[in-house]
Write a protein that binds this ligand. Structure first.
Ligand SMILES: Nc1nc2c(ncn2[C@@H]2O[C@H](COP(=O)(O)OP(=O)(O)O)[C@@H](O)[C@H]2O)c(=O)[nH]1
Ligand SMILES: [Mg+2]
Length: 253
């Protein structure tokens, strides 16, 4: 059983890709399930096979404990972690090749709290990998690109799972933006030149130092351009996953 945790900033396309990639894999005769880990999801673009909303009632937690939306989310994710054995049994009962896990809309809830790690560690057995989605509308600004890569690397360090990055929604932005982002990902020199043209003074120096440090870690992580809307790049995404799952853990170089 292979498990893919789909992460990324809010709105980067996690839920949509979970649905599309699930359909794509099923078309390839793979057995799959989708897991929704977001207790506060209202509408999802797919029908989850396992859904934490059946165990944890976000609205009710908000009302009965008199919490604001964010505090209620934190309490809900804690509640999900308490149900981890139940979740695990449910996931295992499907006995599939691929488990696609859609993570909460707010990244930090899953990525930087101990509950996220408990859930990631115990949800399934077998090989696991993390997919981090980069939103091209956001990342076309070099400062935001550096921030996103930084975020993905900190998630990588915090979970210790093999990491793949995907540039999402490529159907929605001009090709030249996509190419620019991919060029930055390939060559830190190209990135630094564009960065220096845009930023000045202390901000530029800081962004440059952060970028250099982070590029050292991220340079071996492939960035795959995908669209959940027209399914482009899913062949490549699957190829990268297959490599990772067959090689086992990628070592930090
Ligand atoms: N054009 C386009 N829009 C997308 C794509 N993937 C997601 N979106 C849109 O981006 C928004 C956020 O997507 P969603 O999957 O909910 O993001 P999440 O918060 O990361 O789960 C929604 O309006 C989606 O319809 C894509 O591949 N192409
Ligand atoms: Mg979502």
């Amino acid at each position: 059983m292979y498990t893919l945790f789909i992460t990324g900033t809010a709105g980067s396309g996690k839920s949509t890709l979970t649905g599309s990639f699930n359909e794509w894999l099923r078309d390839q005769e793979q057995s799959t399930i989708t897991v929704n880990l977001d207790p506060a999801a209202t509408v999802l673009p797919y029908e989850p096979d396992v859904d934490v909303r059946e165990m944890v009632d976000y609205e009710r937690i908000m009302v009965t404990r008199r919490l604001g939306p964010n505090a209620a989310l934190i309490a809900s994710v804690r509640e999900v972690a308490r149900h981890i054995e139940e979740l695990r049994e449910e996931v295992n009962s499907f006995n599939v090749d691929y488990v696609l896990v859609d993570t909460p809309g707010q990244l930090e809830l899953f990525a930087f709290r101990k509950e996220g790690k408990i859930i990631a560690k115990n949800l399934t057995d077998g090989s696991k990998a993390m997919l981090f989605l980069l939103d091209p509308m956001f990342c076309v600004n070099p400062k935001n690109f550096a921030a996103s890569i930084f975020l993905s690397v900190s998630i990588y360090l915090s979970f210790g799972m093999p990491l793949i990055m995907a540039l999402s929604k490529i159907d929605a932005v001009p090709k030249k933006y996509i190419n620019r982002i991919l060029r930055w990902a390939e060559s830190d020199e190209a990135f630094l030149i564009d960065l220096e043209n845009r930023l000045k003074g202390a901000q530029m120096l800081l962004a440059r130092d952060v970028a250099k440090a982070v590029f050292d870690v991220s340079s071996f992580v492939p960035i795959i351009p995908v669209s959940a809307l027209n399914m482009s790049g899913l062949v490549e995404l699957h190829g990268a996953l297959t490599r990772i799952f067959s090689e086992g853990e990628l070592e930090l170089r």
